[in-house]
Design a binder for this molecule. Structure first.
Ligand SMILES: Nc1ncnc2c1ncn2[C@@H]1O[C@H](COP(=O)(O)OP(=O)(O)OP(=O)(O)O)[C@@H](O)[C@H]1O
Ligand SMILES: [Mg+2]
Length: 305
């Protein structure tokens, strides 16, 4: 997917003010941003449901304006508020949408079965959608987006409003889709989710992109340094002099009786530090990479803006 300089206004409101990014084949990209940032607007343009005022958007080389029909056949879209027919069964909903998406009549039944299996909905095909829990309904909505076996998926907040177990199930499904080689764009407010799923994240606010990068890259310490937190059983103070002597240790700071912060030139140095401390009799309870969470990065960028 390739988005260049997208602009979209609704009356006075500029929802997108020149958004550009690209998603490589087989990648999962996350659009992260507060309410009203322009995520849904971006995705709706890619889904050919909204025309931009300026800029271009391409899906697998096809322009969303000039080749909208072809784009639609390549794209599966999970809207923010999925629309399904409450009084139809799961199977009838899928059959209806499958026909709209031109799934050949002879293949429809098998395709529905396949999609229901993938989503763990086999036992639910005869249930009325209106009788399903939110988590199951969301799965039906994803099934609908997958019916025509699209190469590209646009998922607008796929796990919002779901309980932790249902959200986990959906995230696992999304990972399964990546394994099938799909290219996926996800809108989310959930930073842990972005960190877990996305190869690339774009942080967006008020119609602008504030930062783009791999989640790990966005969260890295400036200047290629690595900070670690150490927690010991009992006082850590007596051992810190030894830690300072290890090659590659840039800075050691005691943070409390049993904890310290170390800044290292390379990540691997932590193994030497831990060995040295253990040899000198320090009993370690926890060693962890101390990095800003994606949430810290996100809140800082949005605030600065
Ligand atoms: N059809 C519309 N008519 C008028 N204004 C709109 C319309 N769609 C979006 N907007 C406005 O455009 C801006 C961006 O909206 P958008 O739905 O893209 O945000 P979002 O990032 O998806 O937010 P959320 O996280 O709440 O879903 C908002 O200010 C919104 O009110
Ligand atoms: Mg939205």
């Amino acid at each position: 997917m390739e988005v260049r300089g997208l602009v979209k206004s609704f009356g006075e409101k500029k929802a997108l003010d020149g958004i550009s990014f690209s998603v490589r084949k087989g990648q999962i990209m996350g659009l992260l941003g507060p309410n009203g940032a322009g995520k849904t607007t971006t995705v709706r343009i890619l889904a050919t449901l909204l025309r931009p005022d300026a800029g271009t958007a391409k899906v697998m080389g096809l322009d969303v304006l000039d080749e909208a029909l072809e784009v639609r056949s390549l794209v599966g879209y999970l809207p923010e508020r999925p629309c399904l027919y409450e009084r139809l069964t799961v199977e009838d909903n899928l059959a209806f949408y499958g026909r709209l998406y031109d799934v050949p009549e002879g293949e429809l039944e098998a395709r529905i079965k396949e999609v229901l299996e993938f989503l763990g909905l086999e036992g639910r095909s005869g249930s009325k959608v209106g009788a399903l829990s939110k988590g199951l309904r969301q799965r039906v909505a994803i099934a609908r987006a997958l019916l025509h076996d699209p190469e590209v998926l646009l998922l607008d907040q796929p796990t919002s409003d779901l309980d932790p177990a249902s959200a986990r199930a959906i995230r696992d499904l999304i990972k399964g889709l990546r394994e099938q080689g799909k290219t996926i764009l996800i809108c989310t407010h959930n930073l842990t989710e972005a960190e877990e799923l996305c190869d690339v994240v774009a942080i967006i606010n008020e119609g602008h992109i504030l930062a783009v990068g791999q989640p790990g890259e966005l969260m890295r310490e400036p200047g290629d340094k690595y900070a670690f937190e150490l927690l010991s059983i009992g006082p850590i103070g007596p051992y810190l002099a030894r830690a300072r002597e290890v090659e590659g240790v840039i800075h050691v700071e005691q943070k409390g009786e049993d904890r310290a912060l170390l800044v290292l030139a390379r990540r691997e140095v932590i193994a030497d530090v831990v060995r040295e401390l253990a040899l000198s009799g320090c009993r370690m309870l926890e060693v962890k990479l101390a990095r800003p969470s994606l949430e810290d990065v996100y809140l800082r960028l949005v605030r600065e803006r």
